[in-house]
Design a protein around this ligand. Structure first.
Ligand code: G1P
Length: 292
């Protein structure tokens, strides 16, 4: 079984990231020195996924351009002997194949995934959401690829969230069949605290089988009047079965400013050339903030 395609819906407005995302797609806002979507694509690549299907709109061409050659820039870098930078810039173009599909109307995440049907055809495929950044060795969609190999079932990535935040996520109830792997009984999209069957939240990583499309055809508009992927997953869980896999590593919601900023610092601190200076500045900042 080869899993090559990953669908990344990028047609949303990114209102949580305004005004930064007014003309720059939120997926292109940098986390330290790379646009957020590059981390998503690198994670996909690490899991062996080579074909990225961007579900996009007219404003998002710059995302496709990022994963393409920029010959003019390359020749400038070449002439200036900036070899290391030249390699880095070229490597982004050579990471993955990109395929773009227009989502002509934004009718929900389920609708965005359904737009990819003709490209995905009849093989299992990944879905990754750009807001969910997951950092750490062996963390992310690769865990779902492993789970599908082991149990032969589609899977979603989950993390535990504080109970007062369950209304921001699809929430999963399931039975643990191996450490950190659950067989899903029930999923609810953005429930109230009282309705939530657990605090285990879907975090924007899915590995699906193509029968999801017939479930998507059957679902009615759900939460917020949108075609919800979570509702189709509920019927997939009931017919074929579905796993929920606890994600390793550290997850950040890039649409939340505190988490976005923390993700920047997390990654910048991993760069040895910045580490000491940055730490020094941060501790001075913390001291002066503490005094107020
Ligand atoms: C979507 C899904 C939700 C999931 C979340 C993860 O919601 O519908 O089930 O928990 O992504 O980020 P959104 O954040 O697009 O409203």
């Amino acid at each position: 079984m080869s899993i090559r395609k990953v669908v990344i819906p990028v047609a949303g407005w990114g209102t949580r990231s305004l005004p930064a995302s007014k003309n720059v797609p939120k997926e292109m806002l940098p986390i330290y020195n790379k646009p957020a979507i590059q981390y998503i694509v690198e994670e996909a690549m690490g899991a062996g996924l080579t074909d990225v299907v961007l579900v996009t709109n007219r404003e998002k061409r710059i995302i496709e351009d990022h994963f393409d050659y920029n010959l003019q820039l390359e020749s400038v870098l070449e002439r200036a002997n900036k070899t290391e930078m030249l390699h880095q810039v070229r490597a982004v173009a050579e990471m993955v194949n990109t395929i773009s599909i227009r989502q002509k109307r934004q009718l929900g995440l389920g609708h965005a995934v359904r737009c990819a049907r003709e490209v995905v055809k009849d093989a299992p495929f990944g879905v990754m959401l750009g807001d969910d950044l997951i950092f750490g060795a062996d963390a992310g969609i690769g865990q779902l690829v492993e789970a599908m190999k082991r149990f032969g079932l589609p899977a979603v990535g989950v993390c535990e969230v504080p109970r007062d935040k369950v209304n921001r996520y699809g929430i999963v109830d399931g039975e643990e069949i191996a450490p950190g792997i659950f067989r899903v009984r029930r999923l609810v999209e953005k429930p109230s605290v009282e309705e939530a069957p657990s605090n285990r939240a879907i975090v924007g990583r899915y590995l699906l089988t193509p029968d999801i499309f017939s479930h998507l055809d059957a679902v009615q508009p759900g939460k917020d009047g949108e075609i919800q992927l979570t509702d189709a997953l509920q019927s997939l869980a009931a017919s074929r079965g579905l796993l929920a896999v606890s994600m390793h590593g550290q997850r950040y919601d890039a649409g939340d400013w505190v988490e976005y900023l923390t993700a920047n610092i997390h990654l910048a601190l991993e760069d040895k050339t910045l580490h000491d200076d940055l730490l020094e500045k941060l501790s001075a900042l913390l001291k002066s903030a503490g005094r107020k």
